[in-house]
Design a protein around this ligand. Structure first.
Ligand code: PHE
Length: 339
């Protein structure tokens, strides 16, 4: 009897079923009126009295195990069944909305990628800066209009601390911390106290570049920028440099590219001039090098700075600057294929 119970216990533990019917057959096989376990209970009558207690316990355990096992198997099929009942397995899956990279990030990445081929690396710095890094070290005379309250956000009660108005402040940091040769790009957000409209915002993004070494010339600057323009806007792009003024560069220039919409013939986009402005540049003023502890007799350098929004507008013709910061998915979704 004991042996029979033990071998049945083993069988019960290993039971499996492939369908609800299988489970029912197992129940009949072991637990129905004529089932194997029930039959054992009938045989129990002939067990000698002194063994009744022990064998009785074993039998009860066996029956409980069998019942639990069969319930578990049944439950498993019920679950499968109920999830199948509620689902239409032929329905197409819900589309997962994939995010997109922001157009400004895409274009910033392209600018960095192009200049990295010329050996530029990226440097970053704080958006909350002091006057020295943003203006003083960069040769801004005290009365320069860019320092005026109208352009710059100052931190209240801390006249020396402000939101950077250009990422040239990062160039200041690099020049004071590193020795030439220096070849860095400074991408980042900048702030200016402007009324928000379709063509101006109180913050925007720049990528500025700085190259300092022995014998760096204006020709090097022009060559690097021509390479950039062709890579960014196409092989046929031409550039022209117009004399300009920045406190930190001498000589200074603004760079136009031939209008990539009309190919230079003249259209409403370029206001019939055939040219569109894209950046400011120049040779680093020796005063700036000296303020940052670089020997201006030994080293020269060039710098340039461009607005990422401007370049993005030229590439994608976004007409309203505010769209860049409104996070409207209908706008952002259009840039899906761009990367
Ligand atoms: N820092 C200038 C600006 O914000 C851009 C610039 C950088 C011009 C470097 C010349 C050289 O307008």
């Amino acid at each position: 009897m004991k042996e029979k119970i033990n071998s049945l216990l083993e069988v019960i533990e290993g039971l499996t079923a492939n369908s609800k019917e299988d489970v029912e057959n197992l129940r009949i096989k072991y637990l129905s009126k004529k089932g194997e376990i029930t039959t054992l209970f009938n045989d129990f009558r002939s067990v000698p009295n002194e063994q009744k207690r022990e064998i009785g316990q074993m039998l009860n355990q066996l029956r409980e195990k069998a019942q639990n096992k069969i319930n578990d198997l049944k439950e498993a099929f019920n679950q499968v069944q109920s999830s199948c009942d509620n689902e239409d397995l032929t329905r197409p899956g819900d589309p997962i909305a994939l995010g997109t990279r922001h157009p400004l990030s895409i274009v910033k990445g392209q600018i960095i990628e192009i200049f990295s081929r010329l050996g530029f690396t990226v440097a970053e710095g704080p958006e909350v800066e002091d006057d020295w890094h943003v203006f003083e070290a960069l040769n801004f005379p005290p009365e320069h209009p860019a320092r005026d309250m109208q352009d710059t956000f100052f931190i209240e009660k801390m006249p020396d601390i402000l939101l950077r108005t250009h990422t040239s402040s990062v160039q200041t940091r690099v020049m004071t911390e590193q020795k030439p040769p220096i070849r860095v790009l400074c991408p980042g957000r900048v702030y200016r106290n402007e009324a928000i409209s379709y063509r101006a915002h109180c913050f925007f993004h720049q990528v500025e570049g700085l190259y300092i070494d022995e014998n760096v010339s204006f020709a090097d600057l022009k060559q690097a920028l021509l390479y950039f323009a062709k890579e960014m806007f196409g092989e046929h792009t031409q550039i022209r440099l117009r004399p300009s003024y920045f406190p930190f560069t001498e000589p200074s220039a603004e760079m136009d590219i031939s209008c990539h919409i009309c190919g230079g013939k003249g259209c409403p986009f370029c206001k019939n001039t055939g040219w569109v402005e894209i950046l400011g540049c120049g040779m680093v003023d020796p005063n700036v090098l000296e303020s940052c502890g670089i020997d201006s007799k030994k080293y020269t350098g060039y710098a340039f700075g461009m607005g990422v929004e401007r370049i993005t507008n030229l590439k994608y013709r976004v007409k309203d600057l505010r769209m860049f910061s409104e996070n409207d998915v209908r706008f952002l979704d259009q840039f899906k294929e761009s990367f």
